[in-house]
Design a protein around this ligand. Structure first.
Ligand SMILES: Cc1ncc(C[n+]2csc(CCOP(=O)(O)OP(=O)(O)O)c2C)c(N)n1
Ligand SMILES: [Mg+2]
Length: 374
């Protein structure tokens, strides 16, 4: 028998619209209303400032462990911009820029990282699942939501996010396989930020791209410059339109870079070189998009000043909302089980007694409450 190549259905492309210094490939420029362009810029800036503030709050002991999104704003914002409010977003944990676009308040993001249950609650009418850290679980949730939307048959789509490290998990594989076999209206965005804590991208797979995994599942895959907001919009618009009209799922690999630490619990200097970070800094999505708006005459010093002031004021208000939020710690026990297990019931009782003794000690100063930690 002659040896002939197998026929494999495959559409894989790399995509970039804005060069790192903000130069435009006019043939690929997406049509976006000016008001949206300005609002996208403000959202990206707000996300960056919020990220910086959360890092400071954590360092000052005013927030729990924080996982920064710095450098990845365009990847989430560009993709999420293409959703309709009636579509569904299933975020991982570095999608704050896109979540702000969807209407999540800044203080809710702070509450999430501050460890409050309130940080998991989308504002009324926002069709989103909460921020979610279990790696690759978002792929399964996204697939399940997409399946439900397909059964409802109203042309809505689900967009889920995961990281490069997540693509090594079984959950990713199972979700992608299922989504393709059942032709689900799903967009799976991989934020390839090149690191999974201290594990580099090259240790996740020997394949040269993550987008090519789509070929094995029988779906379209595209590798996009994830630091290029316009490229993310071009690629995602196509994928959303296809999913909405029965064309099935798309895998989008957004190539980006985590400019900060994994979380405040690690020191990236221990596992990656300063020179690598320096290489990526000029590809920062924020100044890149800023230059594009300037070249279109949509952003000058005056507009920039207005945006800066608005963002600063919103941030101050968000910190106030976050720090004035009060809740009864006993609620910790209320959100996981309908009926508490005996050991959790005992812990709840212990905490209740401790809190009451603290209250009593405050009422009668000089006598300190015993610690509940054994
Ligand atoms: C199922 C699971 N295993 C391990 C972890 C611990 N963990 C948190 S983040 C992370 C790395 C994830 O890397 P990647 O998917 O590339 O996402 P990134 O953090 O780079 O955004 C790991 C292993 C987890 N949260 N969930
Ligand atoms: Mg990663």
């Amino acid at each position: 028998m002659p040896r002939a190549p197998l026929k494999v259905s495959c559409r894989l492309e790399p995509l970039s619209v804005l060069s790192p210094d903000g130069q435009l490939d006019a043939a690929l420029e997406p049509k976006i209303p000016d008001a949206d362009l300005r609002r996208l810029y403000k959202t990206m800036l707000a996300s960056r400032r919020l990220d910086e503030r959360c890092l400071m709050l954590q360092r000052q002991g005013r927030m729990g462990t924080y996982g920064p999104s710095k450098g990845q704003e365009a990847a989430s914002l560009g993709a999420i911009y293409c959703l309709e409010p009636t579509d569904w977003l299933i975020p991982a944990f570095r999608e704050i820029a896109g979540m702000l676009w969807r209407g999540w308040p800044m203080h809710t993001w702070m509450q999430y990282w501050g460890g409050f249950e309130a940080g998991n609650c989308p504002p009324p009418g926002v069709n989103d699942l909460p921020t979610c850290v279990p790696i690759a679980s978002q792929c399964q949730y996204g697939m399940g939501v997409a399946w439900g939307l397909k059964l409802h048959g109203k042309g809505r789509v689900a967009m889920a996010f995961c990281g490069d490290g997540a693509t090594s998990e079984g959950d990713f594989h199972e979700a992608m396989n299922f989504a393709a076999v059942y032709n689900l209206p799903m967009i799976m965005v991989i934020q390839n930020n090149h690191w999974a804590i201290s594990i580099p991208r090259k240790c996740q797979t020997a394949a040269s791209t993550l987008a090519q995994k789509a070929v094995a599942y029988g779906m379209d895959g595209i590798q996009v410059d994830g630091n290029d907001l316009l490229a993310m919009i071009v690629a995602t618009r196509e994928a959303v339109e296809k999913a909405r009209t029965g064309g099935g799922p798309t895998l989008i690999e957004a190539v980006t870079y985590r400019l900060a630490m994994h979380t405040t619990a690690d020191d990236p200097k221990k596992y990656r070189s300063e020179s690598e970070v320096k290489e990526w800094e000029p590809r920062d999505p924020l100044p890149r998009f800023q230059k594009y708006l300037q070249s279109k005459g949509l952003l000058d010093e005056r507009v920039q000043k207005v945006i800066d002031e608005e963002v600063a004021a919103e941030l101050e208000q968000a910190v106030k909302n976050y720090e004035s939020y009060t809740f009864d710690p006993i609620e910790f026990f209320d959100h996981q089980y309908a009926e508490l297990t005996p050991d959790l019931a005992a812990q709840k009782e212990e905490l209740r007694a401790y809190l009451e003794s603290k209250k009593a000690a405050r009422a009668a100063p000089g006598r300190s409450a015993p610690s509940p930690v054994h």
